[in-house]
Design a protein around this ligand. Structure first.
Ligand code: FAE
Length: 543
């Protein structure tokens, strides 16, 4: 979709919603809605017909569709509203100069690349604040997540990929694929503002030289590459390149947020949700407990934090309909805790199971001196190596940028492998544990290695040993960008995200996806949430 078309599709209500987001930010409110522009102080105990936890993809779809159905809805988000410029005039900081805005209550950044030429030059000491990117640590695995109004959409690479139909059907055998591919995927893509890079510009611009070099190397190994759509506005990016627009993707901005160009959820679904006039967002409020009142309504306990992380108030909210959109880790934590502490004792035993990393592994290859990847690199990936059809070793590898402003001869990749390993979350001693082992990551590594050994052999190249710490680690297998599962569709829930054991309780986020989807996941999460909301509004909310 072109930028103009996107703009034409912005409804008056969406524009009103965006104005509410801006006003709230400027005045420092933590409550945002069309009424909140007049600064209504919330009461300590608030009752809403519907509450949505989180404001990522699944949550935003729920909020919009509830608001459009005329149901007053409260969204509780633990992160900030990212709309207030810092002292440098920018809302977000760049990957090359991270500051306190970069990470969620850290004193040092924890970027996926730990080192460069084995030097500790990537991570920086920072002030602690509710920054936009979090890295949640478990034994043998850590999970990157976005924090703020818009969740992962604030920090991700914007790759908007519809999964291969046959693999979607394999992962979701009970879901009607015809309906998904004819109705919900197109609806999700249209709402998210998905567009594609102009191939002619791609072939000629210095900003995608890195991708063209990786394509050449893949082709030399007999592998297929494919263009990948994105939610970054490519018209805007071309103006950045031409010097007529402020640079964002072309200025190293991505995992700590983009100041321009990206259609994150606060510009799409959430703006439209607020525009309905029925949706209010509370920020810096972390839900920590869900229980049920005698009349079957839900009671939430939420901690409101200040920008130092201190809990300044604990609030209780009540609602009839509760939608969980805290992401795979956030939602699963809430439900596993509720089951184990007895506040929702009838939750199914499968809550907490079926979690996977989408087979994520990051790696770098060292190119020959004549194969320069360019000092100038766009942060938005637009191409992948697609070897998913290789049943002996299915891999889809995103050709990732490494924008440092210097030529470094590195080809970087985020491989998505068909790793069948799954893990279970448990709750003990007051904290969430993930039963993921190093051996389970080794399965992803072995699959990625088979593919990239082929590419190295065909091009007489080797891996980079200097990027992931001092121990010459070639494969970063200890983190995922794509946490999936924990409350799997059809297992912990019915076929539409209704949580088993409880009425009017729904999951709408990445926890529904059974550990793997073969491509970057947000389009799938969004489309499934659209499907859930269509069904729930048709069947469950009638008076
Ligand atoms: P998510 O977007 O994570 O939103 C959950 C929200 O809930 C967050 O805002 C949390 O702060 C909030 N929350 C959690 N617990 C609570 C609580 N207890 N109380 C209140 N609020 C809470 O969930 N995917 C792609 O498809 N393409 C990409 O290019 C891509 N690149 C990525 C790059 C990075 C660096 C990262 C981290 C992820 C990337 N992803 C990408 C993954 C994608 O962002 C992710 O799958 C979705 O954001 C998950 O959507 P959910 O709705 O599940």
């Amino acid at each position: 979709m072109t930028a103009n078309l996107m703009q034409r599709q912005l409804t008056r209500r969406q524009i009103l919603g965006m104005a509410a987001l801006q006003t709230a930010a400027a005045l420092g409110f933590t409550r945002i809605g069309l009424q909140s522009a007049q600064a209504v102080e919330p009461t300590l105990v608030e009752q809403a017909p519907a509450i949505v936890i989180g404001s990522g993809y699944g949550a935003s779809v729920a909020a919009l569709r509830l608001g459009q159905a005329g149901i007053r809805t409260l969204v509780l988000e633990m992160g900030r509203l990212w709309n207030t410029p810092g002292t440098d005039g920018k809302i977000f900081c760049s990957t090359t100069a991270p500051d306190e805005r970069s990470m969620w209550f850290r004193t040092r950044t924890e970027a996926p690349l730990a080192t460069f030429l084995w030097l500790d030059v990537v991570n920086r000491d920072i002030g602690s604040s509710p920054g936009v990117l979090d890295r949640v640590h478990f034994d043998h695995m850590s999970v990157y997540v976005g924090r703020g109004v818009g969740g992962g959409s604030l920090v991700n690479g914007g790759m908007a990929v519809t999964p291969l139909r046959s693999y979607f059907a394999e992962q979701f055998p009970t879901v009607d694929t015809d309906e998904m591919y004819s109705t919900y995927f197109p609806r999700a893509r249209s709402m998210l503002g998905v567009n594609t890079v102009d191939p002619a510009w791609f072939e000629s611009t210095e900003w995608y030289r890195f991708a063209r070099v990786s394509r050449k190397h893949a082709e030399k190994a007999g592998l297929r590459t494919t263009f990948v759509p994105n939610v970054y506005d490519f018209g805007y990016m071309q103006r950045e390149a031409a010097g007529t627009a402020t640079k964002s993707a072309l200025a190293g901005e991505v995992i700590y947020g983009n100041n321009q160009g990206k259609r994150s959820l606060d510009k799409t679904y959430l703006a439209a949700a607020l525009g309905t006039g029925n949706v209010t967002v509370h920020t810096l409020e972390r839900v920590r407990e869900i229980s049920r009142a005698a009349d079957g309504t839900y009671v939430l306990t939420a901690d409101r934090i200040d920008t130092t992380g201190k809990v300044v108030e604990t609030r209780q909210y009540g609602c009839t309909y509760l939608f969980l959109g805290g992401g795979s880790v956030g939602t699963t934590e809430l439900l596993v805790r509720a089951r184990e502490t007895g506040t929702l004792p009838d939750l199914d035993a499968s809550v907490g199971t079926g979690w996977g990393t989408n087979g994520n592994v990051m790696l770098g290859r060292a190119n020959h001196l004549w194969d320069t990847v360019g000092a100038n690199q766009s942060t938005m990936p637009v191409m992948g190596i697609d070897d998913w059809a290789n049943t002996a070793n299915p891999v889809f590898a995103e050709i990732a940028p490494l924008p440092t402003g210097l030529e470094h001869w590195v080809s970087l990749y985020l491989a998505i492998t068909k790793n069948p390993e799954r893990a279970t979350f448990t709750y003990s001693g007051g904290s969430l544990k993930l039963g993921w082992s190093a051996a389970q990551s080794a399965v992803s590594v072995s699959m990625a290695k088979k593919l990239f050994d082929r590419i190295n052999a065909a091009n007489s190249t080797i891996y980079r040993y200097d990027l992931f710490g001092s121990s010459n680690k070639i494969f970063a297998d200890d983190f995922t960008y794509h946490p999936l599962g924990g409350c799997v569709l059809g297992k912990a829930t019915d076929g539409y995200g209704r949580v088993k054991g409880y009425r009017k309780l729904y999951v709408t986020d990445g926890s529904l996806v059974p550990g793997s989807i073969g491509v970057n996941p947000f389009v799938t999460i969004t489309a499934l949430a659209e499907r859930t909301m269509a069904r729930v509004l048709a069947e469950d909310t009638a008076p």
